[in-house]
Design a protein around this ligand. Structure first.
Ligand code: NCD
Length: 342
């Protein structure tokens, strides 16, 4: 497996990922996908190592996917759930992490509702001089690198099942539609998809795609309707406050959940109104390329961001493939971090 260029001990953000690193993850995940198709779906790669899943925020697929990935690599896994932990007795997060360190943990997979917690734990591990790798499994509204990498793998696999690689996305149009304001998935995906040379079009109501975000990506700072101008140093990123221009001729459509738990104000008139204006339906997909595919990181609000019928339609929906790919991609990340040369 292609580990020679891998020097990353922690995976906290995709902001500084290189093309070579993306391709290493994609190739390594393809090898593990092959392992997962065998009768014996397990390899001894991380035998004797301990992977701790520290989820301070609820999760179904990401936590289970990391646990299965670690087990398929023969690691021992520790699972922590905030509600039943000593956090409820006043222990700090850093002390919880140090407790897991003292038990011989080699890698920590961390999710927290506050941005920056995985980074803080990684910095503490480095300060202590221990070789513990930290993987960000979602921090607040900041980043969710493993989700974006599994999305990338799913998309590249559709384009070339045998050799998924970044270059396949050059010139493709990808729409990201929904609650971008609260989405760490969108933020990580913006880094990876724009790095591939794809055109990324964001679409949401202005309350979920604020002016600040629009200004960040639109160099003329124009309000209303959208930025027609690409930027962030040659990255092709566009903003729309209606869905149609984002969907027009799109090759892939990524829908995002409305994160009601993070909405502190009334940001939408109603869910019905949102579905009416931004919901992804079979009818709306007629604007896209004929072989368009739809992704969603889950969990889904059926009938809100995507119609129930479309979600279950295997001709268009890649949602199950995303979940399946997730295990191979997370095996790749744990493997690469475990064998990093730095
Ligand atoms: C996402 C998350 O937690 O950021 N889900 C996931 O990890 N699969 C998106 C969401 O919660 O909507």
């Amino acid at each position: 497996m292609p580990t020679s260029i891998w020097t990353r001990h922690h995976v906290l953000s995709l902001a500084d990922f290189t093309s070579a690193e993306y391709n290493t993850v994609l190739q390594t995940a393809a090898s593990f996908r092959e392992v997962l198709s065998r009768r014996t779906k397990k390899v001894p790669t991380l035998q004797g190592q301990v992977v701790a899943n520290l989820f301070f925020e609820p999760s179904t697929r990401t936590r289970s996917s990391f646990e299965l990935a670690a087990k398929r690599l023969s690691a021992d896994t520790l699972n922590f759930a905030a509600a039943t932990s000593s956090l409820t007795k006043g222990e700090t997060i850093l002390d919880t992490a140090k407790t897991y360190l003292a038990m011989g943990t080699d890698m920590m997979v961390i999710r927290h509702r506050e941005a920056g917690v995985p980074q803080a734990i990684a910095a503490e591990m480095d300060r202590l001089g221990v070789r513990v790798g930290v993987l960000n499994a979602g921090d607040g509204q900041h980043e969710h690198p493993s989700q974006a990498l599994l999305d990338l793998f799913t998309i590249c696999t559709i384009l070339d099942p045998d050799q998924p690689r970044l270059e396949l996305l050059q010139g493709k149009k990808i729409a990201i539609v929904g609650d971008i304001l609260h989405s760490r998935v969108a933020r990580s995906n913006i880094w990876s998809l724009t790095a591939s040379g794809a055109e990324v079009h964001l679409a949401a109501p202005p309350t979920l795609l604020p002016q600040l975000f629009a200004e960040f990506v639109s160099d003329d700072g124009r309000a209303g309707g959208a930025g027609e101008k690409p930027q962030i140093q040659n990255r092709k990123l566009f903003v729309h406050w209606t869905v149609e221009p984002a969907l027009q001729d799109a090759d892939f459509v990524m829908t995002l959940r409305l994160q009601k738990e993070r909405m502190t104000q009334h940001l939408l008139p109603s869910l019905r109104e949102y579905h009416h204006r931004f919901g992804i339906t079979r009818d709306r997909l007629k604007l896209c390329q004929p072989n368009v595919k739809v992704l969603h990181p889950g969990p889904v609000n059926r009938g809100v961001e995507i119609s129930s019928e479309l979600m279950d339609n295997p001709q268009f929906s890649l949602i199950s493939e995303q979940v399946t790919s997730g295990v191979a991609v997370r095996m790749a990340l744990l493997y690469l971090m475990g064998s990093s040369k730095v």
